[in-house]
Design a protein around this ligand. Structure first.
Ligand SMILES: Cc1cc2nc3c(=O)[nH]c(=O)nc-3n(C[C@H](O)[C@H](O)[C@H](O)COP(=O)(O)O)c2cc1C
Length: 191
């Protein structure tokens, strides 16, 4: 294995953070995170994204309350351990799908761009790595994609009709850095 450099270490040490300090994140930091995001590669170079930055806790609570029962319904009959544990959390009134993070950024993808899902996912990873390099934690909250089915929610979140939510990500200063979930050895076929 070649010696690890700062970029590789930043990649390996990023974690999904689910416990945040009660500390706000400046707009300057948020803009820097998004700026790192938009340097991701995109199919045909079309950069099919937009961003919604939400700092309003009442709106985040509204999204959480909207998405929890919908995810529970989707997970009916799914019995893998992680899903069973998550379902128990979702059933709790006080559980916030955003873990009380101070900022939620929705990475939106243009519905008509052929590679929007890939492009936005790479943008999201850039953003999470940039945040980590600046001392912030982050976590992709796929559950929040479930706002998509509700016209009122789309209006509240100012999501244009031709865009979809690809990557909802929370950011903030982490209280605790979790231990890395173990990685499986990669299956590599050499030809
Ligand atoms: C597409 C996607 C959706 C995810 N959705 C959630 C989610 O709804 N809630 C959550 O707590 N974590 C979510 N995660 C975070 C994963 O659980 C986490 O990345 C995984 O456990 C590995 O941990 P690590 O990011 O610290 O390496 C999601 C991650 C991805 C890539």
């Amino acid at each position: 294995m070649i010696e690890e450099n700062p970029v590789i270490l930043n990649i390996k040490n990023r974690r999904s953070v689910r416990n945040y300090a009660d500390r706000s994140v400046s707009n300057e930091v948020i803009e820097s995170i998004i700026d790192a995001g938009i340097y991701a590669p995109t199919g045909f170079g079309i950069q099919p994204w937009r961003f919604v930055v939400i700092k309003d806790r009442d709106i985040m609570k509204k999204i959480s309350t909207h998405c929890k029962p919908r995810l529970l319904k989707q997970l009916e009959g799914v019995n893998i351990d992680a899903a069973v544990q998550f379902k128990e959390m979702l059933k709790k009134e006080e559980f916030d799908i955003f873990y009380n993070a101070p900022v939620l950024i929705l990475v939106l993808g243009n519905k008509y761009a052929p590679t929007a899902d890939f492009d936005c996912a790479m943008c999201a990873q850039n953003m999470m790595l940039a945040a980590h390099s600046m001392g912030l934690g982050s976590c992709w909250i796929g559950t929040a994609c479930l706002v998509q089915d509700d016209p009122d929610m789309l209006k509240t979140l100012k999501i244009p009709e031709d865009y979809k939510v690809v990557a909802p990500i929370i950011f903030g200063y982490g209280n605790t850095v979790p231990v890395a979930p173990p990685r499986n050895d990669p299956v590599i076929t050499w030809i």
